[in-house]
Write a protein that binds this ligand. Structure first.
Ligand SMILES: [Mg+2]
Ligand SMILES: [Zn+2]
Length: 155
């Protein structure tokens, strides 16, 4: 039957969004948004999986070494864990636009997560701050909430 999951976008949901067309290139630039550890603790408490899905084409462009991206993610997981918030997995697309099946809004990251963790998408939720996140949720049958700088947008 599968488990429910909350899929979280990273930039703009977990951490402050970098300026347009820029990337978080090091841990020093990573600023956790204030409410996110509380949100994650609630999802942990009700036994939702918590999985981060993020586009990081700075890797394909050569500005972000994959080792540094993974270090940022290790530090993010550890910082949240120190606040009592557990992230189960982080999946990222390192590719350039139109060169893969996993750059959001393409469904590849959701498909990988579903197969790996046996997720029930119909009982799952995606929280993101971009139209790519919303399109992905719609295409994969996942409920969607729009976030902006650590708040949920009412509409
Ligand atoms: Mg975002
Ligand atoms: Zn990709």
């Amino acid at each position: 039957m599968g488990r429910p999951c909350v899929f979280l976008d990273r930039d703009g949901v977990i951490n402050e969004k970098p300026p347009e067309h820029e990337y978080i290139l090091s841990w020093e630039e990573f600023r956790l948004l204030p409410n996110i550890s509380d949100w994650i603790r609630i999802f942990n408490a009700v036994d939702y999986l918590v999985i981060v899905l993020t586009n990081q084409r700075g890797v394909a462009r050569g500005t972000l070494p994959v080792e540094r991206l993974e270090e940022i993610h290790r530090n993010m997981i550890a910082l949240l864990a120190a606040q009592g918030a557990r992230i189960d997995d982080v999946l990222y697309c390192p590719h350039e636009e139109d060169s893969c099946n996993c750059r959001k809004p393409k469904p590849g990251l959701v498909e990988v997560a579903r197969a790996k963790w046996d997720i029930d998408l119909a009982r799952s939720l995606l929280i993101g701050d971009s139209s790519a996140d919303e399109q992905l949720a719609r295409a994969t049958g996942i409920r969607f909430l729009l976030a902006e700088n650590g708040h949920l947008v009412r509409r």
